[in-house]
Design a protein around this ligand. Structure first.
Ligand SMILES: Cc1cc2nc3c(=O)[nH]c(=O)nc-3n(C[C@H](O)[C@H](O)[C@H](O)COP(=O)(O)O)c2cc1C
Ligand SMILES: [Fe+2]
Ligand SMILES: [Fe+2]
Length: 394
C-alpha cells in the first residue's frame, strides 16, 4: 500500500511509530507511544537524516525502500548519536557499504566507539559547514547538549526545512499522519512538556543558545526526531521551548508528597485548602508513590509554586521524595516559590532536608511545617498553603 510520505519536493518522512515500548530510556512511561523520525532527501545524491531505534530497522528500511525505488543512499547525516536515532547505523552500513557518513568531530568520536565504520567514508563537517547534494546545499549547525554534546541540526534552504534532532520533539506516536495540521495536537502539548522536562530540562541555557543561533534561519518546516513535523504550529512549539528553557512559569502550585500512613497526606490536603481559599485555582497534587516522577517534573516545569512534603524515614527523608529532590536538583530548576512539610515520631529529618534543599536551589522558602506524632498541624498547614498562594498571586 502506498502511504504518503512527502514533506516537500523530494523530501520524505521515513520514521516509525513505537507503540510497544513501555518506558523511554527504560524509565519514562509512554502512554501514547513515541515516534523515531528519519527523513530522506532525494536529490542528485540521496541523503538520509538520522536512523531509528534498531528494533524498528526492518520496518524503517522498508519505508525507505518504498521511497527510493531501487536508488541507493549516498549520505547518512548523523545529527544525534543516541541509540533511539543512531541504533540502525550498523545495519545501514551493511546494506550500503559505501555510504558516506556526515557528522562533526564529536559525532565521529562516539560513532567509532559504537560501530565499525570505514574511516574513509566519514565526511567531517564543522559548525556552519555545508554539503552540496545536487540542486541543494545542506548546512550543519552544532547544538551541543540538546541533548548530547555531539548534537547538530541540518538545514535545507530551498524548502527552508530544519532537521532539528531532539529539539522541538515530543513523546507521542503519530496517529495516521506526521503533519501537525492533520493531527489532534491535544495530547502532544502536555507530553511535550514532560518530554522537555525529562530529556532536555537540565540544559535550559544550551537550549536558549540553540534557539538564538537558529533564529537567523528562515523556517517553513521543522522536522524533529520525535513527534509531528511542524509547519502550521511551529511558532507555538518554539514559544513553549523558549518558555521552559528560560524556566519561566505560570501561576499555579504543585503539591508533591510522600506518605506511608496518611499523616503527611492530611497535611497536604490542608495546604491545598489554604491555597484555594487564597484564590489560587491551578493546583496539582501528586502522591509520589502513585504519580510517575516524569509527570511531577512536567508540572513543576509549568508552575511557579512548589510545596513538597515527606515523612521522616529511617533518620532521613522518605526515599521516593529523596529521589524527586534529586531529579529537581539535577535539572537546576530556577526561581520557584517553595514551602515544605512532613511528619516524624522521634526526631525530624525530612523537613530539615527539605529546608536544606530550598537553600541549595536558591528558592524563596515561604515556610515549613513539621508535624510530631500526628498532633494536628492543620492550621499551620492551611496557613502555609495560603501564604504560598498569596505570594504566587501577588
Ligand atoms: C518504616 C518507618 C521508619 C520511620 N523512621 C522514622 C525516623 O527515623 N524518625 C522519626 O522521627 N520517625 C520515623 N518514622 C515515623 C514517621 O516519620 C511518622 O510516623 C510520620 O508521621 C509518618 O507519616 P505518614 O503517615 O505520612 O507516613 C518512621 C516510620 C516508619 C513507618
Ligand atoms: Fe536524545
Ligand atoms: Fe531522541
Amino acid at each position: 500500500m502506498y502511504l504518503d510520505k512527502k514533506i516537500a519536493d523530494s523530501i520524505y518522512y521515513v520514521g516509525v511509530n513505537d507503540r510497544q515500548k513501555e518506558l523511554f530510556e527504560n524509565y519514562l512511561p509512554l502512554p501514547y507511544g513515541v515516534s523515531y523520525n528519519s527523513y530522506l532527501i532525494v536529490d542528485e545524491k540521496v541523503v538520509l537524516i538520522d536512523t531509528v531505534d534498531v528494533a524498528f530497522a526492518d520496518l524503517f528500511f522498508r519505508q525507505a525502500d518504498a521511497v527510493l525505488q531501487g536508488r541507493a543512499i549516498d549520505y547518512l547525516v548523523v545529527d544525534h548519536m543516541e541509540p533511539d536515532h543512531a541504533g540502525a547505523i550498523g545495519l545501514l552500513t551493511q546494506r550500503y557499504p559505501n555510504i558516506k557518513i556526515v557528522g562533526n568531530k564529536n559525532t565521529f568520536d562516539f560513532l567509532k566507539g559504537y560501530f565499525a565504520v570505514n574511516p574513509e567514508n566519514l565526511v567531517e563537517v564543522a559548525d556552519g559547514g555545508t554539503l552540496n547534494i545536487g540542486q541543494r546545499t545542506l548546512s550543519f549547525h552544532t547544538a551541543p547538549m540538546v541533548h548530547w554534546p555531539e548534537v547538530m541540526v541540518t538545514y535545507e534552504p530551498s524548502e527552508q526545512i530544519l532537521f532539528s534532532a531532539d529539539a522541538f520533539g515530543t513523546f507521542g506516536a503519530l496517529n495516521g499522519s506526521f503533519r501537525d495540521n492533520e493531527l489532534d495536537l491535544t495530547p502532544f502539548w502536555s507530553d511535550m512538556r514532560r518530554y522537555y522536562a525529562c530529556i532536555v530540562g537540565k540544559y535550559g541555557p544550551q537550549v536558549q543558545k540553540a534557539i538564538q543561533k537558529l533564529s537567523g534561519l528562515p523556517l517553513r518546516t521543522v522536522c524533529p526526531t520525535h513527534g509531528p513535523v511542524w509547519s502550521s504550529h511551529f511558532s507555538e512549539v518554539l514559544a513553549r521551548y523558549d518558555q521552559w528553557s528560560k524556566y519561566e512559569t505560570e501561576t499555579g502550585l504543585v503539591i508533591a508528597y510522600g506518605s506511608m500512613y496518611g499523616n503527611t497526606q492530611l497535611m497536604a490536603e490542608a495546604i491545598a485548602r489554604g491555597a484555594v481559599d487564597s484564590g489560587l485555582h491551578h493546583i496539582v497534587m501528586h502522591n509520589v508513590s502513585k504519580s510517575d516522577a516524569s509527570y511531577i517534573l512536567s508540572d513543576i516545569f509549568q508552575y511557579k509554586g512548589l510545596i513538597i512534603g515527606a515523612p521522616t524515614y529511617m533518620n532521613g527523608i522518605y526515599p521516593l521524595v529523596a529521589s524527586l529532590l534529586h531529579k529537581i536538583e539535577e535539572r537546576g530548576i530556577k526561581n520557584r516559590i517553595f514551602g515544605c512539610f512532613g511528619g516524624h515520631t522521634w526526631a525530624d529529618a525530612a523537613v530539615k532536608r527539605l529546608n536544606t534543599f530550598a537553600e541549595t536551589m536558591k528558592w524563596e522558602n515561604v515556610g515549613a511545617v513539621a508535624n510530631l506524632r500526628g498532633f494536628s498541624t492543620e492550621t499551620e498547614c492551611y496557613n502555609l498553603g495560603k501564604a504560598v498562594a498569596e505570594k504566587l498571586l501577588a
